[in-house]
Design a protein around this ligand. Structure first.
Ligand SMILES: O=C(CO)[C@H](O)[C@H](O)COP(=O)(O)O
Length: 205
């Protein structure tokens, strides 16, 4: 199981500091959507240059123009881009096609998807990497709940999970054996990010 650090609602300087403090503990670095909106592809390029051996996720949250946005991120050094599950199949297919051309990956974000029919459609079009995700706003009603795993039960997807995951909720999530756990605020807003990341990594390993 891998640990993905999500950099959201942070300045460039905060991003660089937190990654530096936690680099030994984390497997993947996610450049969050808001950070990309603030700094563009420049920050993806900068982080990849400093950490060439880390897998960089550009959380583009693409919902249209999939091929174009995927190309932008891969050209900047991203290894994985995100595309929304509720977008058109054509958008998802174009994103995956570009990912294949670059020998990279597209991750389909399941935010607000609750239908297993949609999961079947995603499987049918060749999706293999998905993210079970409770969005930041929705977290006001509760953080990631392991009930969400029922959406992917019986499918062969590689599964990542995200949505307010912290040290209290992590043990139950680990029981469900996702491939990757994505953690943002619990690490980035901690007074000692390295300590929290280290405790999480210990639980995951
Ligand atoms: O994609 C995201 C928000 O849309 C975040 O990356 C994801 O939710 C993880 O961050 P946090 O642990 O703070 O919820």
């Amino acid at each position: 199981m891998k640990l993905q650090l999500a950099l959201d609602r942070l300045t460039r300087e905060e991003c660089l500091r937190i990654v530096k403090e936690t680099e030994q503990e984390i497997d993947l670095i996610e450049v969050g959507t808001g950070v990309i909106k603030e700094y563009g592809m420049a920050i993806v390029r900068e982080i990849k240059k400093i950490y060439p051996n880390k897998t960089i996720v550009a959380d583009m949250k693409t919902c249209d123009a999939g091929g174009h946005e995927a190309k932008q991120a891969f050209e900047a050094g991203a290894d994985i881009v995100t595309v929304m599950a509720f977008s058109s199949d054509l958008t998802i297919k174009d994103t995956m096609k570009v990912a294949e051309e670059y020998r990279k990956q597209a991750m389909v974000d399941l935010l607000e998807v609750s239908s297993r029919d949609r999961m079947q459609q995603l499987e049918n079009i060749g999706v293999n990497l998905v993210s079970l995700h409770v969005g930041k706003d929705k977290q006001q009603e509760g953080n990631f709940d392991t009930e969400l795993f029922s959406l992917v039960k019986g499918f062969e997807f590689e599964v990542t999970v995200a949505g307010g995951i912290n040290l209290d909720t992590l043990p139950d999530i680990i029981q469900k054996k996702p491939d990757t756990v994505i953690v943002g605020s619990a690490i980035t807003k901690a007074s000692n990010p390295q300590q929290i990341a280290s405790e999480m990594k210990r639980l995951i390993d």
